[in-house]
Design a protein around this ligand. Structure first.
Ligand SMILES: [Zn+2]
Ligand SMILES: [Zn+2]
Length: 208
């Protein structure tokens, strides 16, 4: 019996549960967009006119924001490329060639990792560390640019069980006014009061 490297739930096999695999895939997909959004925050003067100013950053007086600079010209690309390089190493493939400007490198590394996600979740022992680092990277970027468009409130993890007895675990979100929720991952539907109770009742003790 394995454990998910991120949320530590038990798994039949592999290193990342379906829910965390899905979340990682979404983060990788959003990363180039987030990288692009950071450009607007390079200069604190620009940020002062934006609504999403977090207090900790509002006092910055440097002409260029160092945290943004780190993420844009190192952080994001280097982290993603570092993981790509390690996955290739573990699979016995050569080092990836790194070309293009930083934006291109972010896009390419994020897409490559996204495409290799099934293998990473199933066979890469460090999958949990990868997922954790990508989540932290996204958190750091979001703390600067503010939230990306609202995807709804997280109400829990999907509790559907597949034919092999594995719990789905994908994040279920609720938008205002929605009465019928469908799991993005397994397409399980939550629509009745019974469904809601079941969903709430079977939540993992500590959902991250
Ligand atoms: Zn997990
Ligand atoms: Zn599901």
């Amino acid at each position: 019996m394995n454990q998910c490297g991120l949320c530590e739930r038990d798994l039949e096999a592999g290193y990342l549960c379906p829910g965390d695999t899905l979340a990682l895939g979404e983060r990788l997909e959003r990363m180039p967009k987030l990288y692009g959004a950071l450009a607007g925050f390079l200069s604190p003067a620009v940020r002062a006119t934006t609504e999403f100013v977090s207090r900790s950053h509002a006092t910055a007086s440097l002409p260029v924001d160092e945290a943004v600079l780190d993420l844009r010209y190192g952080g994001i690309a280097l982290v993603l490329e570092g993981w790509r390089s390690d996955v290739q190493r573990v699979r016995g493939w050569g080092e990836p060639a790194i070309t293009g400007d930083v934006e291109e490198r972010v896009r390419r590394a994020a897409r490559w990792l996204g495409m290799e996600l099934p293998w990473i979740a199933a066979a890469y022992p460090a999958a949990g560390d990868l997922a954790c680092e990508v989540r932290e990277l996204e958190g750091a970027a979001l703390s600067i640019v503010g939230a990306l468009p609202d995807r709804g409130r997280r109400i829990g993890q999907c509790v559907a069980v597949d034919s092999s007895g594995v719990i789905c675990g994908a994040v279920i979100r609720h938008q205002p006014g929605q009465t019928r929720l469908v799991c993005d991952w397994c397409h399980c539907v939550y629509a009745t009061e019974q469904d809601w109770l079941l969903l709430l009742h079977h939540q993992p003790a500590e959902s991250a």
